[in-house]
Design a protein around this ligand. Sequence first.
Ligand code: LLP
Length: 409
Amino acid sequence: PPGTVLDRDGTLVIAGCSVTDLAERFGTPALIVDEAALRGRARRYADGLAARWANSRVAFASKAFPCTAVYRLLAAEGLSIDVAGGGELALALAAGVDPATLVVHGNAKTDAELALAVQAGAGLIVIDNFDDIDRLEQLVTGDRRQSVLVRVTPGIRPDTHAAVSTGQEGSKFGLTLPQARKAIARLRASDVLRLDGVHVHIGSQILDTEPFVRAVEAVADLGTFDVYNVGGGLGARYTYGDTPPSVEEYLDALVDAARRGLPRGARIMIEPGRSLVAEAGVTLYRVATVKHGEPVFVAVDGGMGDNLEVALYGQRFEATVATRVGGGDPCHLVGRHCESGDLLSVDVPLRDPRPGDLIAVPVTGAYCYSLANNYNGALRPPVVFCRDGEARAVVRRETYDDLRRRDLP
Ligand code: LLP
């Protein structure tokens, strides 16, 4: 991954920090984040979009990595923040994010969540259904009109896992094009809501640009607005075999489509999650045991408690012995959980793996922290930011006490 090199002994070094030192200091499993890689990616997105389309805005889809330090870092880089529901909204506010930069999503927003968003002064609330409009019209009082976008489902099915496809016909998200036209007409007549524009998000881990182009064309067809938010969805490069478009290729395709179909002065927003944070993260594990047989099982001290991507979506990850990088015989890298689906990597070449070895699984910055869980009483790992050889924990490891914190006597 970006920012990683090998030292003279063949040990992985992340942002100047040796993984051996990191594991000693913070324990395993641990999610290590290369701060410069994260900032670099944010800049490529923000500067890249601004260079192609002046009136533009990048919002971080924070569901991919919702912790205070990541909110602060990306807000400091000038990004807006997309939140899905009251929890992420409250976290972002507590992290000090400017409410005017918030984009509030949700296909089942409650009264309380909408009230929190309105009271906080959230910049944009995304209308997913007609009940959102009814509720907001009740909630919004006073002089400030609440700006909203209408989310449409354009009937586009990108080539990705069905569970992370959202723009297809029959999706639970957003409004169909005819429904969206009705919502738009209704909002244009509203005294308390201000229709700023439209929103579309077709899915995640998308590995070519063509579906994004079609999404831009679909929103262009809905009429003239101030804002066109075309969502996120660009895929990350998890394995050597993955070839997602680069950020620049993606932006080129989007903006080409925008030049053909969107009004000149309109604002383009995008909401990358995965492709912004995935490659900045590396998870470190320690090998608990090696079972020699057919196949060879290398079992580590984490697994589906800290990385559900494999079990839920069949996502493939590379992995390496962090002190003997590269090469080796194919092994099944498995977790410690009581389920056969608890795999981290199948047939991954590991060089002479032994109990006590450190294993690095790169590209774990997206959706691993947010989908982490306590299955089998596993403790969720710390998050450690590394920069120029300095490491600091920004989220601590859970303790056994945390596991019973919500239990009532
Ligand atoms: N905007 C909206 C409205 C979204 O629903 C999402 C992701 C994004 C932006 C960011 O998409 P990205 O750039 O990250 O692809 N749980 C799954 C991922 C589901 C993504 C859902 N929506 C996983 O762990 O892989």
